[in-house]
Design a protein around this ligand. Structure first.
Ligand code: ADP
Length: 500
């Protein structure tokens, strides 16, 4: 539950930031064109800061700085333990500045300060610490080889990494992408989402304070089709780690194919199923379905937007869910600690979610709760639950990325698995049951990158995060994430002076 102190501190800092027009987080250089863009407070729609708008030329400069830092700087050459020490200091600073970051995310992304603190800052600092510990454990293998040779492998940093991140968990995304890149000894260009550029700029400042040398982390705020596309097609960017929509993931792969064939790792959309069996603890199942859909205003790629409930408990579940939703509070997360759900990130997203809700109504789904905007101003939407949903409806097929749940009924385990897999996505999945056999069958059969049993959303720095199919490939977090930033080089030496 949110703490009053968090809300008060966030509110005070919010006033400070707005009074100073966010000067504290403005980038250190203007854009080459001199252009800027505005970022708005989703609680009111008002402009909160003007940020330098990076484009191709700025990306070129950032890549050049990163390339210089890689080729001539100390970061890739530094011992792993020294890199780890600096990264740990960075993690400390992130935690020490939790109040400022929480305030920034509330005013830039409409996030609840308590969520930012617990989730975003926890993940970002956690990831920095986890990969700090990994930085001095990067080593290759020795190879016996056939004939008169022996070999070994080196695992080398790839060079300049391109990190393109979304707006729903800006601090988390910055942390989980930057941390393994730093540990590997890469340098990087980071492009935060245009909706939420402020925390990345603030975090870059903290990185500098922590002792990360200039040129290692370069943040270029700007738009996707300009700054983002320039990173994706840059000849000197050696890899891309991207989190965002499936549509843009495709564009990034295309850009890589047309430029230097850089490896691309994509964490994309989802339409994750949550399957609730009739032996489940009903109260727990209802709470899980709610948080799996409405946490962070439904702005989560792993949201379980398709909830399947077994027929024999369906009516009881629906009734309990409707009752529970009456106590769900939508409102300004900076003014009221009891608020569960803040505003959607921006106008475009707000309108997009509302248009999906209209689709649902038109297609004949029934509204159990919500279904319309709320509040006098800002981008607030009622938490919406649709029943009588069929798999071929748009609301059951497409990622909505907002507070919209589709509730459906099923009879057997086989049917639940088949319907859960009836999606081109494969990101998350949840199963709620006390029956271990049933849980195991679902775990084995569901096509997803993460499966939660009797829980949902639980993540951690050591838990690989990422999907399959149209949800992308490659993992954030866990040791798999480090591999993305390393190249394996095989080295062969003769056993005798002249083996020929
Ligand atoms: P959403 O639809 O949720 O806003 P996007 O996939 O559009 O997600 O955005 C995620 C990130 O990708 C943002 O930083 C955005 O600026 C960036 N982006 C958007 N279009 C492109 C593109 N064509 N090339 C590279 N990056 C892009």
């Amino acid at each position: 539950p949110p703490r009053m102190e968090d809300v008060m501190v966030a509110k005070r800092l919010y006033l400070l930031f707005t009074e100073h027009q966010c000067k504290i987080v403005m980038p250190h250089v203007s854009s080459c064109s001199g252009r800027t863009f505005e970022t708005r407070d989703p609680r009111t729609g008002e402009v909160i800061a003007t940020v330098a708008e990076g484009d191709k030329e700025d990306v070129d400069l950032a890549v050049k700085a990163a390339r210089d830092a890689f080729d001539h700087g100390e970061w890739p050459l530094m011992s792993g333990s020294e890199r780890g020490r600096i990264m740990t200091r960075f993690a400390d600073l992130v935690e020490q500045h939790a109040d400022e970051l929480a305030a920034l995310e509330s005013l830039d992304a409409g996030k609840h300060p308590a969520v930012t603190k617990a989730v975003d800052i926890g993940n970002a600092a956690g990831s920095l610490r986890y990969f700090a510990g990994a930085a001095d454990k990067i080593h290759g293998e020795t190879l016996k080889m056939q004939g008169q040779f022996q070999g070994y492998t080196l695992r080398e940093p790839l060079g300049v990494a391109g990190l393109i991140i979304p707006w729903n968990f800006p601090t988390t995304m910055f942390g989980i992408k930057v941390a393994p890149a730093l540990a590997a000894g890469c340098t990087m260009v980071v492009k935060p989402a245009e909706q939420t550029p402020l925390s990345a700029l603030y975090l870059a400042d903290l990185a500098k304070k922590a002792g990360i040398p200039d040129g290692v982390i370069n943040v270029v705020p700007g738009f996707g089709p300009t700054a983002g596309a320039a990173i994706a097609s840059h000849m000197n960017v050696e890899m891309i780690s991207f989190t965002g929509s499936t549509e843009v993931g495709r564009l990034i792969m295309e850009a890589s194919a047309r430029s230097n064939l850089k490896p691309v790792y994509l964490e994309l959309g989802g339409k994750s199923p949550l399957i609730i069996f009739d032996d489940a603890d009903l109260d727990m199942a209802v709470e899980l379905a709610i948080s799996a859909n409405f946490f962070n205003k439904g702005e989560a790629c792993i949201a379980a937007s398709r909830v399947y409930v077994q027929e024999s408990i369906y009516d009881g579940f629906e009734k309990k869910l409707a009752e529970r939703m009456k106590t769900w509070v939508v409102g300004d997360p900076l003014n009221d600690p009891t608020v569960n759900q803040g505003p959607q990130v921006d106008k475009a997203q707000y309108e997009r979610v509302l248009s999906y809700i209209e689709h649902g109504k038109r297609e004949g789904a029934t509204l159990l709760t919500g279904g319309k905007p709320c509040g006098q101003k800002g981008y607030y939407i009622e938490p919406t639950v649709f029943t009588n949903v069929k798999e071929d409806m748009i609301i059951a097929k497409e990622e909505i990325f907002g507070p919209v749940m589709c509730l459906m009924k099923f009879k057997t385990v086989e049917e639940a698995i088949a319907r859960a897999n009836e999606t081109p996505y494969g990101l998350g999945a949840g199963v709620v049951t006390r029956d271990l056999d049933v849980a195991n069958r679902v775990v084995r059969s569901v096509r997803a990158g993460l499966v939660w049993v009797n829980c949902y959303f639980a993540v951690s720095s050591d838990c690989p995060f990422g999907g399959r199919r149209m949800s992308g490939f490659g993992k954030d977090e866990g040791m798999h994430a480090l591999d993305k930033f390393l190249a394996v080089k095989s080295v062969v030496t003769p056993l005798r002076a002249s083996p020929w």
